[in-house]
Design a protein around this ligand. Sequence first.
Ligand code: UDP
Ligand code: MG
Length: 331
Amino acid sequence: MNHPPIRKISFLSIVIPVYNEEDMLPVLRSELEAWLSSLPDMETEVILVNDGSKDSSLPYCLGWANENKRVKVVSLSRNFGHQIAVSAGLDYSEGEAVVVMDADLQDPLPVIPEMIRRYEEGCDVAYGQRLNRKGESRFKLATAWLFYRLMRGLVHKDLPLDTGDFRLLSRRCVDALKAMPETHRFLRGIVAWMGFKQAAVPYERSERARGTTKYPLGKMASLAWNAATSFSSFPLRVINVFGVLFALFGLGCCVWALSAYFAGETIRGWTSLIGLVSVIGGMLMLAMGVMGEYIGKIYEEVKKRPLYLVDNLVNFTDSALTENNNGYPGP
Ligand code: UDP
Ligand code: MG
């Protein structure tokens, strides 16, 4: 597919969340700067979002920004998590199109020109789609495989498979995202929901160059649960179905108990009684737990807290600061 460009990009933003990446940052800097200087006639900005790192990532980012004015730093007041860190970067970005990528260079820079090409052909979203994942454990591969397939059922039927947050978004998509300040965010799902013209850019996912994953199993599970419950009421429907099944089962038991009563066999039945009480009790607890999760989410959303708190901003223009209304302190 080689369509002639219908628009030319003149200002590109690159958003990179950074959480305890001190080993990675020097490598990222040298690769990114070399790559940026190879970009022809295009203005660029790199937005590093320090997501409450506890190592020397922040001083490194500040030093880098001090030497290179195209590098901007948003430092959050604590660790808010990857999805919110990315949102903060998008909020402060000013480019015509914005690329979101990880700090560990698992999202290869040479894929970005292909994404830009898709944008210039008229796409609003160009997402990286992994062909393989080198250097990841079988367990991570299996959980990731299951995750994407489950999410497709639960979140959005158009959610692309094997796609992370490595993607290019057009300005109107970024603005649409900014207008959705929901606390529980699953960006990939929101972007799939947005529609517009979206294209996949296949790539080979390389190994993390340095450091260890900041997405251990617990965080993956919470992302999946968040994605499922913030996008659909499917879990509620599941417990409903269970509820109906158990109610029917209970009814059957009543009939059985009555017939036993009339047959004069009422002494026995302790075992079945205990069994029934505990099964039904367990189901009720489960149902209440799932509903509680939703009520908790509603509670979080109605509080209307800002998504994140900003501790420090470096190298931003006044217009970038005045146009952001999702973080705090505001302008
Ligand atoms: N990250 C973040 N906040 C977090 C966890 C991760 O900003 O709470 C960043 C991290 O620094 C990296 C990106 O998100 O730039 C993706 O994390 P990682 O590479 O550890 O995830 P994986 O590729 O293993 O899924
Ligand atoms: Mg990674």
